[in-house]
Design a binder for this molecule. Structure first.
Ligand code: HEM
Length: 180
């Protein structure tokens, strides 16, 4: 998986918990604590998943809480800064989520070795959205945090539930919109 995922995890831990915690995560994973990751490098999928687990252990939180924190940081802080143009195009969380399959396709098309997740949508009802996650990596558990982060970014109240590979999203209100 692309190093950009690890960079986001690193930023989350360094900023909120301190450099020593990040070094502890690297050490727990058997990686030199001076290792610098780049956004475009390839990091083995297993290493990325393990690092989230190690981060949970180092921070003394559950793996689910670590995945949620990662997802929130990615969608609310890291991705809007690094890939801002895609968020500016969408005026609501729903609009952004509906663009996400295309966003992954566009962003990774020029990246060698990238295999982004794909999404198939059911958007028949205006207050609901179902995203069917499709990836051989099986990281659907990352989806709730990522989706909640999108809601937080757009200032919207949304609920997210998982049913297998289906991500069921309910939009509670048309609260303040980021682009408004
Ligand atoms: C502009 C925003 C985003 C960009 C540019 C982006 C880009 C990427 C990239 C480059 C990867 C690594 C792919 C690879 O190494 O093959 C990735 C993985 C992933 N992305 Fe995004 N992403 C964005 C937002 C989101 C959001 C909001 C979600 C969910 C709601 C999401 C879900 C995922 C998941 C679950 C993975 C893990 C890989 C997998 O399951 O196969 N992404 N994304």
């Amino acid at each position: 998986m692309k190093g950009t995922i690890v960079k986001c995890l690193e930023e989350l831990i360094r900023k909120n918990f301190g450099d020593d915690k990040w070094k502890a995560v690297l050490a727990a994973e058997g990686i030199d604590d001076a290792r610098v990751f780049s956004t475009m490098e390839d990091v083995p999928d297993g290493t990325v998943v393990e690092m989230i687990g190690k981060a949970a252990a180092v921070l003394g939180i559950s793996k689910e809480a670590a995945m949620e924190a990662f997802g929130m940081h990615w969608s609310k802080t890291y991705a809007p800064r690094v890939y801002g143009v895609f968020f500016e195009k969408a005026k609501s969380a729903r609009e952004f989520l509906l663009s996400l399959d295309g966003v992954h396709d566009t962003v990774t098309r020029r990246m060698e070795n990238a295999r982004p997740p794909r999404f198939v949508y059911d958007d028949a009802q205006p207050e609901r959205l179902v995203m069917r996650y499709d990836s051989p990596r099986g990281l659907v558990a990352l989806m709730p945090g990522l989706v909640k982060g999108v809601g937080a970014l757009y200032g919207e109240q949304i609920d997210v539930a998982l049913a297998g590979n289906e991500v069921r999203i309910h939009f509670n209100s048309a609260a303040s919109r980021r682009a408004a």
